[in-house]
Design a protein around this ligand. Structure first.
Ligand code: SAH
Length: 348
């Protein structure tokens, strides 16, 4: 049997393509279904694992294809139960994903890119230079790895997924959507899309596209300021994707999906901690049902940003509540192992 010089990544094939491939080999199309099930539902790491496929066929697959599985290189456990995985990709690049357990849930926080092309000043990931998009299978594999850890350490399957790891999911739109398709499909993990949240720093064109495609997962937007000048100073891409554009795209999103938008928001000392800042946020929240998640700032080794004091946080909570906007104050998890929001930077 001939061994192909450039073996192809078998998980880049759809089920139909696999079926056609087997037919072209003079085999039954159904063989494609079997292999597909091994690859996705059973997460086989080698062709050798595919025990209901003949030895000869497995060898033929081995000669023509590779299965590029991720490898969890290192797993760290925080004192609060949070687990961080350093995930090695087939080309030796590393991304991180996090398992966050609470009493009732286990949430996987997964990465969508190696590094990030955006330049949020307060985020450790933005300092990583090397960047490539993750493939759908690399995203899917992070979820499978965390689901296994959840069963092993917490005796329950994974309940939720947030795309809040490294990268900007909407800058890798097609692959993120393909991964979500696999995660929600009965042929993959069969998880409800309502348990999945995609977090974006706000790419208006892609938010519209998602709305048009009537996706069923939830949307979170990292807002941090509803005043252009301030937002641009901490998230420079806001000069291109302005708040007015973002707001229109979000309005469109709500019209199409009827799905409430969550805003992630850190209050920093001297940056966005005045009444004027909260008022702008209230205005921004008015046009579509929204919820605000005030997240704790996780310092990233520079003195530029400091979490605002409790009085400022209280002012935010009171003003938002008075205006009928749901607000939650989220405590950080996994800080001691650099696993909290904005700390993922392949440090260890
Ligand atoms: N690029 C996407 C996905 C990353 S989500 C997005 O921006 O939404 C990571 C979340 O953590 C974002 O809301 C981000 O703004 C926030 N974040 C980044 N750095 C942080 C830090 N140092 N402390 C707290 N939150 C931070």
């Amino acid at each position: 049997m001939e061994v192909a010089k450039n073996k192809r990544d078998i998980r880049a094939f759809t089920k139909d393509q696999l079926r056609s491939f087997f037919e072209s080999q003079g085999d039954k199309a159904f063989r494609g279904n079997q292999v597909y099930e091994w690859l996705w539902q059973k997460s086989a790491h080698t062709f050798e694992d595919m025990t209901n496929i003949s030895k000869e066929t497995r060898q033929m697959l081995e000669n023509n294809f590779v299965i590029n599985h991720i490898k969890v290189d290192q797993m760290q456990r925080s004192s609060d139960g949070t687990i961080k995985n350093a995930v090695r990709l087939h080309d030796d690049l590393i991304v991180e994903s996090v398992l966050i357990p609470t009493k009732t849930r286990t949430t996987a926080c997964v990465s969508s890119q190696v590094g990030c092309s955006l330049d949020c000043k307060f985020c450790a990931t933005s300092r990583l230079k090397r960047m490539r998009n993750l493939n759908p299978d690399e995203i899917y594999d992070q979820v499978v790895a965390i689901d296994n850890e959840s069963r092993l350490y917490f005796d329950r399957p994974l309940s939720n997924i947030v795309f809040m790891g490294m990268g900007e999911p909407l800058m890798n739109y097609n692959n993120v959507l393909k991964a979500i398709d696999k995660i929600t499909s009965p042929e993959g993990m069969g998880m409800s899309p309502k348990r999945i949240t995609v977090s974006t720093s706000g790419v208006p064109k892609m938010i519209r596209k998602m709305a048009d495609e009537e996706v069923k997962f939830k949307l979170a937007v990292s807002l941090h300021s509803a005043i252009d000048e301030i937002r641009t100073s901490i998230m420079p891409f806001n000069a291109t994707f302005t708040l007015a554009d973002l707001r229109e795209a979000l309005e469109y999103w709500f019209q199409k999906t009827k799905s409430r938008i969550t805003y992630e928001y850190v209050v920093w000392d001297g940056i966005n901690d005045t009444q004027k800042d909260v008022n702008a946020l209230v205005e921004f929240c008015r046009f579509a049902p929204s919820k605000v998640n005030l997240i704790e700032y996780n310092p990233i080794d520079d003195g530029e940003f400091r979490q605002a004091n409790n009085a400022a946080i209280e002012m935010y909570v009171n003003t938002l509540e008075r205006n009928g906007i749901t607000v939650t104050v989220r405590r950080s998890r996994g800080k001691d192992i650099d696993a909290a929001c904005g700390q993922l930077a392949n440090k260890s």
